[in-house]
Design a protein around this ligand. Structure first.
Ligand code: ZN
Length: 185
């Protein structure tokens, strides 16, 4: 219930500035997208969300093996996400969500993004640039929405159970739980 109310408020915008201010811009955007494109309790599928946004998702074999994903917006504004074809399903989900973050938050600044182990947080722990931090923040909020994580954690504080429920790597799940102040260290 709290989740629905929270999301409704986000959609109303200006009059709920107070609530919006407690969230980061990537989190706001992720809530907005989830509210619009997914049913409340269904599994979150970033490929389906991309399709609904009109963004193509293709498996790719990169010439540089360290690349995990890329976003390209062409001259006619058609966007394509490339994802490393032999990554684990969890990594691919995170990469796609990360590229969607670039698409929704940054495509007015730049048309091409290429990501490797350094920029996608589940491999390096720390991302250097502001744009990369925002894309990761968006991805974490899209795949592991705050309210759902809090509720699931209350049901069972089991990291392995949660990471399977959310379809993310153990590292991404731990990072999110830490970020929400649920675990330490
Ligand atoms: Zn990136």
């Amino acid at each position: 219930m709290a989740e629905i109310i929270g999301m409704y408020r986000l959609q109303k915008g200006v009059s709920d500035r107070m609530l919006l201010d407690t969230k980061t811009r990537p989190e706001e955007k992720a809530s907005e997208i989830l509210c619009e494109y997914t049913v409340k309790e269904e599994a979150i599928n970033p490929v389906l969300i991309a399709e609904k946004l009109g963004v193509n998702v293709v498996n790719a074999e990169f010439t540089d093996a360290s690349y995990s994903g890329a976003l390209q917006v062409d001259k006619s504004n058609i966007a394509t996400i490339y994802v490393k074809h032999d990554d684990t399903p969890e990594r691919k989900r995170f990469t796609i969500a990360h590229e969607l973050g670039h698409y929704l938050l940054h495509k007015d600044n730049r048309k091409d993004f290429i990501d490797n182990e350094e920029t996608v947080f589940f491999r390096s722990g720390e991302s250097n640039s502001q744009l990369e931090r925002e894309a990761n923040d968006f991805a974490a909020n899209l795949l592991m929405p705050r309210e759902r994580v809090l509720r699931k954690w209350e049901e069972s504080a089991d990291i392995d159970l949660l990471r399977r429920y959310f379809g993310v790597s153990t590292l991404a799940m731990k990072f999110r739980l830490k970020n929400l102040g649920l675990i330490f260290g």
